[in-house]
Design a protein around this ligand. Sequence first.
Ligand code: F0G
Length: 356
Amino acid sequence: WEKRPLRLWKYKELLPVQGEPVSLQEGGTPLYHLKRIGEELGLKNLYAKHEGMNPSGSFKDRGMTVGVSMALQLGMKTVACASTGNTSASLAVYAAKAGIPAVVLLPAGKVALGKVAQALMHGAKVIAIRGNFDRALEMVHDLCISEGLYLLNSVNPYRLEGQKTIGFEAVDQLGCVPDRFVLPVGNAGNISAVYKGLLEYQALGFTDSLPKMTGVQAEGSSPVVEAIKKNLDVLIPEKNPETIATAIRIGAPVNAEKALTAIRATGGCALSVTDDEILAMQRDLARKEGIGVEPASAASVAGIKKMAEEGLLDADEKIVCVVTGHLLKDPETVIKQCEPPTEIDPDLESLLAVLR
Ligand code: F0G
């Protein structure tokens, strides 16, 4: 392993783990040129980094390979998190690989089916709270302090260390620093992590500029957008966040201040998109580019569509959108949007009749 680290772990010198990590060969995800969508929007250099292609189907695996490795290194016996779904799926996967128990707290009834299925099948203790994600995070925080569990939400700095590799990889794949880096924002950990990674690359002399960090939130759940708009340093929590993109249904993002710094220091911006815009882009990515993502992931590209339509982007601008989770994470939202399969009698005549 030491001689030929794979994918994310080829950046091991820039990561805190000593010795062999708890790894399932995460990272190394594809960077796709969005040719058709780019053409429609008048953008020649629009790219999507498909984080749904990680082992558990989201970018959280980058954080968890480092976070769970550090839990072992620090001698912690049990790991825990609150989650809108993907963090819990990823924690369950990496705790299984590490051979330690995991406890996950979910907002009851507000987590996509595929994510709950993963957390259950990989053997986590899954608890649904009658409250939202923000409350679940407060509770798991208190639990970890009183019972000595290791908290692996994005308040844990090692999580962000792993996730900063999205920035390294995108630069390496593109062969340069993009002009703009676009991420869906929920708890605001990922945008902060990518910014940290890009700052490190610059400090090491690998690059000589930073992209405009651009955060996209769902309209019913957009406290970071509000803070940027009103020029606030501390954000006002949204008490009742609501969006079809349940992954980013978060009213009090714990990494908000870091995200505000990332956006402001790079001349970036934050904007919100409606649920309809998110779902339309989920379909466009699936049908025009062959890229299957969950709703929250489509928010980044939906944000770019909105900016392009408002004339805020340059045709040559190199834009990397992170699409954060796989289509199959949320099958229910997919089924609701699509025509059901046409059922016919088992003969050729019936088949030809429906195809004509
Ligand atoms: N996209 C997806 C698919 C996510 O699952 C999340 C966060 C985000 C974007 C936003 O990232 O929180 O770093 O700003 N999901 C967390 C979870 C909160 O519990 O799975 P962020």
